[in-house]
Ligand binder design. Structure first.
Ligand SMILES: NC(=O)c1ccc[n+]([C@@H]2O[C@H](COP(=O)([O-])OP(=O)(O)OC[C@H]3O[C@@H](n4cnc5c(N)ncnc54)[C@H](OP(=O)(O)O)[C@@H]3O)[C@@H](O)[C@H]2O)c1
Length: 333
């Protein structure tokens, strides 16, 4: 059912930067009241003022989503302020790059605590309220890496696959209850995430092209809030990666390995850092991370698409040649 925005109440986790910030602003522009959560209070207060200037109510609830009691308090504060909430967006997340052997165990686990268990806690808090009201929409932000994988991001990939599977399971539990569960799967997005990343690779990193804007994700989230959908990819690359992996899994993995090695690293060394895993950073409170050089995007996308297609075709030829040889051997030709 299409739902109007005015006076709707939406809880947004991870609102202090990037996609969460863009989504909160987009909601406020439509007339929805927002409950803003993340660990950093100051950027949330700034955002609340921006939202209120648009004519809505905005409350700030500093919350660490890896603490389930804190997430419960977030739901209670939202209910205390508005009496109910219509939607809950589990968006808070952290990124980690590093080989498995070089990634400390506590860092790997903290990615799961934030990205996966933070989503579980958010879902528990939201669904309890939605059951009482008899309606509500839960949006879980996964990633392209909820459907495919790349090297050096095993913790992140595991957490986002977990979010996607978890969402599909509770969606089935909640069938015909008036409660919707939507999974959003963005490709690489230009946000401060890349500054916030825990990095155990020894090199500075940058997002792999093509990179899309956080406003594009915000628009997709608003669309599923209006007309709930099970899963929504954001950015054509997200859908093509999933399709290519489904069609040619081995070729996809080789291509992804090559693209990651060639594109994900700067030529500058960087010491190991836990980024924002255990505590937030003062830096990176904007919506954009400064990676979306719009003017050059089309050229980069064209080059990348050409490169990926050429690599895929040549690998496919090799796979097919191998397959033909094996068939010939079996047939004794
Ligand atoms: N950027 C991309 O390429 C991309 C692609 C696909 C999916 N995503 C997903 O999109 C979501 C938002 O990321 P983003 O790109 O907007 O990056 P971002 O700018 O770094 O935003 C991450 C948000 O999560 C919050 N956060 C991190 N740990 C938290 C914790 N323990 N408790 C509460 N809040 C926490 C951060 O705030 P505090 O530090 O103030 O707590 C921040 O508001 C994440 O789930 C990410 O995995 C991003």
């Amino acid at each position: 059912m299409k739902r109007a925005w005015k006076n709707r109440v939406v809880v947004v986790t991870g609102a202090s930067s990037g996609i969460g910030r863009a989504t909160s602003l987009a909601l406020a522009k439509k007339g929805a009241h927002v409950v803003l959560a993340a660990r950093r209070e100051e950027p949330l207060e700034d955002l609340a003022r921006e939202c209120e200037a648009l004519g809505v109510r905005a409350i700030v609830v500093p919350t660490d989503v890896s603490d389930s009691a804190a997430v419960q308090r977030l739901a209670e504060e939202a209910r205390a302020a508005f009496g109910h909430f219509d939607a809950w967006i589990n968006n808070a997340g952290v990124y980690l790059m590093g080989r498995l052997e070089e990634t400390p165990d506590d860092a790997f686990r903290q990615v799961m605590e934030t990205n996966f268990f933070g989503t579980v806690s958010g879902a528990r808090a939201a669904v309890a309220q939605f059951r009482r009201q008899g309606f509500g929409t839960l949006v879980n932000v996964s990633s392209t890496f909820g459907t495919v994988a790349a090297p050096y991001v095993s913790a992140y990939v595991a957490s986002k696959h977990a979010v996607r599977g978890f969402s599909s399971s509770i969606r089935q539990e909640l069938l015909d209850t008036g409660i919707s569960v939507c999974t959003v799967l963005p490709a690489a997005i230009d946000t401060p995430l890349w500054q916030h990343t825990a990095n155990y690779t020894g090199w500075r990193i940058r997002p792999v092209e093509p990179v899309y804007t956080p406003e594009r994700v915000a628009r997709a989230i608003l669309r599923v809030l209006r007309s709930p959908r099970h899963e929504v990819f954001v950015g054509p690359a997200a859908r093509s990666f999933a399709a290519m992996h489904g069609l040619l899994p081995r070729t996809f993995e080789r291509t992804m390995h090559g693209v990651t090695e060639a594109q994900h690293f700067e030529k500058e060394r960087q010491g190991h850092t836990s980024g924002t895993l255990f505590r937030p950073m003062a830096e990176g409170t904007g919506t954009s991370g400064g990676y979306h050089a719009a003017g050059k995007q089309w050229l980069r996308r064209l080059l990348l698409a050409g490169g990926v297609a050429t690599a895929a075709l040549s690998l496919r030829r090799r796979e097919t040649r191998g397959l033909r040889a094996r068939v010939a051997q079996v047939l004794g030709a």
